[in-house]
Design a protein around this ligand. Structure first.
Ligand SMILES: NC(=O)c1ccc[n+]([C@@H]2O[C@H](COP(=O)([O-])OP(=O)(O)OC[C@H]3O[C@@H](n4cnc5c(N)ncnc54)[C@H](OP(=O)(O)O)[C@@H]3O)[C@@H](O)[C@H]2O)c1
Length: 307
């Protein structure tokens, strides 16, 4: 079967770059939206040019230029958005363009995290982002746009080598803060694997109008599991400081807006267990079962890079 043509929007971002690489690697004709607003951002331009050199096509259009967006969308079969969490609402312009173009066989909005449909109870201010993702889902579904939602759980780079410590991406050297008893199961995914599974989903009829959950079985780990893996790898035993839930939640009050969003996410992942405390129903499917051929990265291997 001929591979669908893919347009990646938000291609210079953390997950966007990986989606482009995966799309090229899996043989999709790959197009990238190049926004004129990048202006003098030389790194973004160089990133785009490096993908062009690998065979991607750059399509120039602003998200504020409806006609330009429609023309961009008309060149492809599939649109994958990787816009940042602070620009979720901008994707309504993409929905309008896809609606008018009328040719898109699949749209993947920028999700790549916790399933927002299960987060109606989330703590503010973080809940606003889940709400925005849900509003976008409603617009996609109201326009009858074929879609797939990717629930990627925790990107390893943000949550794994730092042993889930807030405010650092590096492993702790002597002390580690442990949430509750540290036994709640969390799901970690190498972001390159997240991109691989996402691109695998594009032409797969089993993923049409479904949520695809990335749950690599060996990466469903508690914070204690993660700490034990790092201690074994590094040979360094860490002092554990257990943080009761009340203490964690009350410390949120003194944080700024961004800090409260981060703390809210950590609360839901590491105390509540929101990533692992439900079964995937008929509206969803699990990626490692759909594509068992993908050799996903285990967190021990991921963390070796930080030794
Ligand atoms: N599972 C996890 O652990 C996890 C972690 C982080 C994020 N996420 C989710 O992953 C998705 C992508 O996040 P990310 O961290 O990859 O994003 P990011 O790197 O912060 O940004 C992605 C892209 O958004 C575009 N963008 C930035 N400012 C913009 C503006 N003013 N107008 C329009 N577009 C703009 C840019 O693309 P161009 O300049 O190339 O157009 C940028 O490269 C989000 O839905 C986020 O919630 C999940």
């Amino acid at each position: 079967m001929e591979k669908s043509k893919v347009l990646v929007v938000g291609g210079t971002g953390f997950i966007g770059r990986r989606l482009i690489a995966a799309s090229l690697a899996q043989g999709h004709p790959t197009f990238i939206l190049m926004r004129p607003e990048i202006g003098l951002d030389v790194d973004k331009l160089q990133t785009l040019l490096s993908f062009k050199a690998k065979g991607a096509r750059l399509v120039e259009a602003s998200l504020d230029d409806h006609a330009g967006l429609v023309a961009a969308v008309k060149q492809v079969d599939v649109v994958v958005s990787a816009l940042s969490g602070t620009h979720i609402r901008s994707q309504h312009k993409l929905v309008e363009a896809i609606k008018e173009a009328g040719n898109v066989k699949r749209f993947l909005p920028s999700e790549f995290g916790t399933d927002p449909s299960r987060m109606g109870h989330a703590l503010e201010p973080g809940r606003a982002i889940f709400n925005e993702k849900m509003e976008l889902r409603r617009a996609i579904e109201a326009a009858s746009i074929p879609h797939t939602y990717i629930s990627a759980n925790c990107f390893a780079a943000y949550f794994c080598p730092n042993l889930a410590q807030i405010g650092t991406l590096l492993p702790p050297k002597d002390k580690v803060r442990v949430y509750g008893d540290g036994n709640v199961k969390v799901i970690f995914v190498d972001e390159d694997d997240a991109a691989t599974y996402t691109i695998k989903s594009l032409d797969d009829p089993r993923t049409l109008n479904k949520t695809i959950y990335l749950r690599p079985p060996e990466n469903i780990l508690s914070q204690n599991d993660l700490i034990a893996k790092w201690e074994k790898l590094s040979g360094n035993v860490l002092e554990k400081i257990f943080i009761p839930v009340d203490e964690f939640l009350s410390s949120m009050k003194d944080m700024d807006f961004g800090g409260q969003i981060v703390m809210g996410h950590f609360y839901h992942f590491f105390y509540e267990g929101c990533l692992s405390n439900f079964d995937i129903g008929e509206d969803g499917a699990e990626a490692t079962l759909l594509w068992p051929d993908v050799a996903y990265t285990r967190m021990d291997d991921y963390m070796k890079r930080y030794l």
